[in-house]
Design a protein around this ligand. Structure first.
Ligand code: ADP
Ligand SMILES: Cc1cn([C@H]2C[C@H](O)[C@@H](COP(=O)(O)O)O2)c(=O)[nH]c1=O
Ligand code: ZN
Length: 286
């Protein structure tokens, strides 16, 4: 009974779901990443966090690595923004990050260094809005690169192109559960074949909220849930924009895949033919 009543006292009101539509429009930033960290800013504890945090504060007090240098344990959160390409995932991430900054929270943005389309110092949306970031090969290097003191003072970590980070699960779990960070993750849930992409879906069980956004089908204008690859390449990871990919509805994904797979097959058999022709010519010339 005691245990049940203690558990009840730990339960806070239901978490509100993050909806990017309720967030203010962001202003583009052109300053270097360091300016995103406001060391003077106070971390804001939302009411729904208080009972849980306070209940654990005595346990956490014995574990100095769980305490911020502001002298108290702060609960973290994980919010996932997923969907196909061109759905506005990066836009929503930047809006959320801007909203956190407006609340005086210190923020840093990370993206994968695999995507160098717009350089390595900014997250850039498809319509050109920019925000300074660090481009990293993995997430585990982040706190070390930032340094323990700066990491401790950081409230919010935004991650773009999350599908490219193999260590996403471990990073998010530690950052939210142990280090008290709010982690906002944007990434593709599926690849061009609609297979799960990287670890984005693995963090769903860890998350406070999941937002799946949709784009507009490039063919018919209906809601697009999928990304069609227009080229013959078949590797999972292939950096590109509208030159390589288009957002499509289910109907146009299915019909588009038929056409593209047939084209890929023709190009492949053509390549086999060309290669054997070149080989034959080479042998004949020897
Ligand atoms: N088919 C498209 N090709 C190019 N740009 C598009 C297309 N559809 C939408 N966009 C633009 O992309 C913006 C969303 O960009 P972004 O937030 O970077 O999306 P995501 O991160 O989901 O790929 C939209 O506001 C729109 O201006
Ligand atoms: C579908 C798909 C996409 N990619 C790459 C293409 C882009 O570089 C990024 C997605 O960027 P966005 O911000 O979501 O527009 O991922 C890939 O490598 N493989 C795929 O199957
Ligand atoms: Zn369509």
């Amino acid at each position: 009974m005691l245990l049940i009543s203690k558990m009840k006292s730990l339960l806070s009101p239901a978490f509100s779901t993050f909806s990017p539509h309720h967030l203010p429009r962001i202003k583009p930033f052109l300053s270097p990443p360091q300016t995103l960290i406001s060391f003077e800013s106070k971390s804001i504890q939302k009411p729904h966090q208080l009972s849980l945090c306070n209940s654990f504060s005595s346990i956490k007090a014995s574990n100095s690595s769980s305490l911020t240098d502001r002298g108290r344990f702060s609960c973290g959160e994980i919010h996932v923004i997923c969907g196909p390409m061109f759905a506005g995932k990066t836009t929503a991430l930047l809006q959320r990050v801007q909203a956190e900054m407006d609340l005086g929270r210190s923020v840093m943005l990370i993206k994968s260094n695999k995507d160098t389309r717009y350089g390595t110092d900014s997250v850039v949306t498809h319509d050109g809005t920019r925000f300074p970031c660090w481009a990293l090969p993995n997430l585990s290097s982040f706190s070390q690169k930032l340094g323990a003191v700066a990491y401790d003072k950081l409230d919010v970590i935004g991650i773009d192109e999350a599908q490219f980070f193999g260590d996403l699960y471990d990073f998010c779990r530690k950052a939210a559960d142990h280090d008290g960070k709010t982690v906002i993750v944007a990434g593709l849930d599926g690849d061009y074949l609609r297979r799960t992409f990287g670890s984005v879906l693995d963090i769903v069980p860890l998350a406070d909220s999941i937002t799946k956004l949709t784009a507009r089908c490039d063919v018919c204008g209906k809601r697009a849930h999928f990304t069609l690859r227009k080229t013959e390449e078949t590797q999972t990871e292939l950096i590109g924009g509208s030159d390589v990919y288009m957002p499509v509805c289910r109907q146009h994904y299915v019909s588009g895949q038929v056409v593209i797979e047939a084209t890929r097959a023709v190009l492949k058999s053509q390549k086999v033919f060309d290669d054997s022709y070149v080989e034959g010519v080479t042998i004949a010339n020897q």
